[in-house]
Design a protein around this ligand. Structure first.
Ligand SMILES: [Cu+2]
Length: 280
């Protein structure tokens, strides 16, 4: 005689798990649609392109996320424990091939879409008339050097580096090209003019990061790394943008930051003159 299985299973656990998945998915969806924690508005054309790419990726992966979580919730409830013997399944080869191919097409497709924006900053150099600013990271500060009226950066000599003595970059006083170089702890750029940053490091790897530019680039000892951007929006005088170090670079990493303003051309020229006068 066959013994009757005393266990008929329970819908409670399956129901709770399915509800959890449903609430979790809807909450995630709400946070993203409401943009509860979001980035500041970009101030460059490149930044807007990056955001478009981000949204494209987010929408595609968001649809996949919602469908797969809801599917999971449904399967958890539909195939709950009913006190029966579980069936063994080998899976479905066609489905495996299909979703692997779909993932491949999506990823490669998104990569092709993004290639232009990426190449614009990383492969194409700045145009010849761009304003050059040399950015030096060191534990735990940023310094910005402007070439001055002669448009030429003076020679640097590492043996002359003396931050407390007012020469944080080691400018060689005997090089005439360096006489008018301006070294300041904050950065300013003119609006609607291309700026080329030449990134250096004096000690370890740091990372130059400005959220509003959507730019993040490591500074590496022994290398000059160039990136460029054109800011299209003046920043309010009392609200400069934060430049953060985005690379864990030592004990003082948390306080390695500076600020950066976008000004009209006239304000920028005045700022340069004021800084030069203050540095005398
Ligand atoms: Cu750093």
């Amino acid at each position: 005689m066959q013994r009757k299985n005393p266990c008929t299973g329970s819908a409670t656990i399956a129901f709770l798990l399915a509800m959890f998945l449903l609430i979790f998915t809807l909450t995630t969806l709400y946070v993203f649609i409401k943009k509860t924690w979001w980035f500041p508005t970009p101030i460059t054309v490149f930044g807007r392109e990056i955001d478009q790419q981000f949204h494209r990726t987010l929408i595609i992966t968001g649809i996949v996320f919602v469908l797969s979580q809801l599917g999971l919730a449904w399967i958890v409830f539909r195939y709950r424990d009913r006190g029966e013997r579980a069936h063994y399944t080998e899976g479905n080869m066609t489905m495996e091939v299909l979703w692997t191919l779909a993932t491949l097409v999506l990823f490669v497709g998104l990569g092709f879409y993004a290639e232009r924006a990426w190449a614009e900053v990383h492969f194409r150099g700045a145009s010849p008339g761009a304003l050059q600013i040399e950015v030096t990271g060191q534990q735990f500060a940023w310094n910005f050097r402007y070439a001055g009226p002669d448009g030429k950066f003076g020679r640097l000599d590492p043996s002359l580096v003396n931050a407390s003595g007012g020469n944080p970059l080691g400018l060689d006083p005997n090089d005439p090209a360096g006489k008018d170089d301006l070294v300041v702890p904050v950065m300013a750029v003119p609006v609607n003019r291309e700026v080329e940053l030449i990134l250096r490091s004096q000690d370890v790897t740091h990372s130059f990061f400005v959220r509003e530019l959507r730019l993040k680039q490591d500074t590496v000892p022994g290398m000059l790394i160039r990136i460029h951007f054109t800011a299209t929006q003046v920043t309010p005088p009392d609200q400069p943008l934060e430049i953060a170090c985005a690379e864990l670079c030592g004990l003082g990493h948390y306080r390695m930051r500076s600020f950066f303003s976008v000004m009209s051309e006239a304000d920028f020229e005045k700022w340069l003159r004021d800084q030069a006068a203050a540095n005398q």
